[in-house]
Design a protein around this ligand. Structure first.
Ligand SMILES: [Zn+2]
Length: 358
């Protein structure tokens, strides 16, 4: 039986843009929708999926990634009246406690896999983290969840090789900035073409810097890319790179704004696409999933789909006819995708030897 562990920062309600006087998409409703759906569908509690309590992280866990100056700024800013870290990143009175608890859930999700309690885990936390750099917030992200977990796993469990994979619609620019020169951490981000889309970075040409050249992979997906394009990218690039890199664990930056109904992005993943991505990876590697973006009311359905992908056992059916979805879009999408895939393979070929297969 495959065992799945869920963690959840129960105090996340105190981090809410409405408390600062304005509504915003990154709000407590996101996790409420997820947990309502899970409980209505008997998850956790079906035998192999369990919810675990977590202790808050410590400041020293944050300082493995972020500067002390920035960490202090976040903490002190919560006590000020203008509690904005940037134009799109808000703070509330209790945000620092929420962040510590979220990070505690992230670290515990790693512990559950590393100590053998679970095969895979999913930290259902907010706020998200993948846009945060060592000394900056961005895009609702304050501390970088996956980076803090990676550094924790390296120090506490002496893990040598870690892969971080981002499937959020937005490029994982914070994570890239932290690991672009680290040869022990492979960073792959597959996201909507950032030339006209936030965070306006994460291009195919961005492959890391010495001594980690080729260990960062950024795939630009043209708008309306969907299940078939993602499947091709994962089959032709991601799985081959993972085979060669041979990580001990995969941290999945699991954003759900690549979903076809998501209004903040223009990608077309459906339930089928999410299940395929996760189930293929989870059948071969231990995975820790971390909730990133995703603002659609189907978040609960998508989290459940990922959990089923981790289990390798599917009950949720796709309500979308993939042929109709494919037929409804501009024919240029596939052409641009193929061009991007060839460009990426050519640029990364010196490091991964794609030429014999692509
Ligand atoms: Zn996103």
């Amino acid at each position: 039986m495959v065992r799945i562990g869920l963690t959840h920062n129960v105090n996340h309600n105190s981090h809410d843009p409405v408390l600062n006087g304005f509504p915003g998409p990154e709000n407590p409703q996101r996790l409420h929708q997820i947990f309502t759906y899970l409980s209505e569908n008997g998850i956790p509690g079906n035998g192999s999926c369990s919810l675990f309590n977590s202790e808050p992280a410590l400041i020293k866990d944050i300082l493995r990634v972020h500067t002390k100056k920035y960490t202090d700024l976040v903490q002190t800013s919560t006590r000020q009246s203008a509690r904005q870290l940037g134009k799109d990143t808000y703070l509330c009175d209790s945000s620092f406690e929420v962040l510590l608890h979220a990070l505690g859930c992230v670290l515990n999700a790693g512990n559950l896999v590393m100590d053998g309690t679970c095969d895979h885990s999913f930290a259902l936390v907010r706020p998200p983290g993948h846009h945060a750099g060592i000394d900056n917030s961005s895009g609702f992200c304050i501390f970088n969840n996956s980076a803090i977990l990676a550094r924790y796993l390296q120090e506490v469990y002496r893990i040598k090789k870690i892969a971080i994979l981002n499937i959020d619609a937005h490029a994982s620019d914070g994570t890239y900035s932290i690991f672009s020169a680290d040869p022990d951490v492979l960073c792959i981000s597959v996201h909507q073409d950032p030339s006209t889309f936030y965070p306006y970075s994460g291009f195919i040409k961005d492959i890391g810097v010495y001594p980690a050249l080729g260990l960062s992979i950024n795939m630009e997906m043209p708008s309306r890319s969907g299940n078939t394009e993602y499947a091709m990218f994962f089959d032709e690039v991601v799985e081959k790179v993972l085979d060669k890199f041979n990580p001990e664990i995969i941290l999945l930056e699991c954003g759900f704004d690549s979903y076809h109904k998501e209004s903040l992005a223009q990608l077309d993943l459906t339930v089928d696409g999410y299940y395929r991505i996760v189930s293929k990876l989870a059948s071969r590697w231990n995975m820790v999933c971390l909730l990133e973006g995703g603002y659609h009311e189907d978040m609960g359905l998508l989290v459940s789909t990922v959990i089923e992908g981790l289990m390798g056992k599917r009950t949720i059916q796709d309500e979308v006819d993939p042929v109709l979805l494919l037929a409804s879009r501009d024919t240029s999408t596939r052409k641009i995708f193929m061009k991007n895939l060839s460009k990426l393979a050519m640029i990364l070929d010196p490091y991964w030897e794609f030429s014999d297969t692509l």
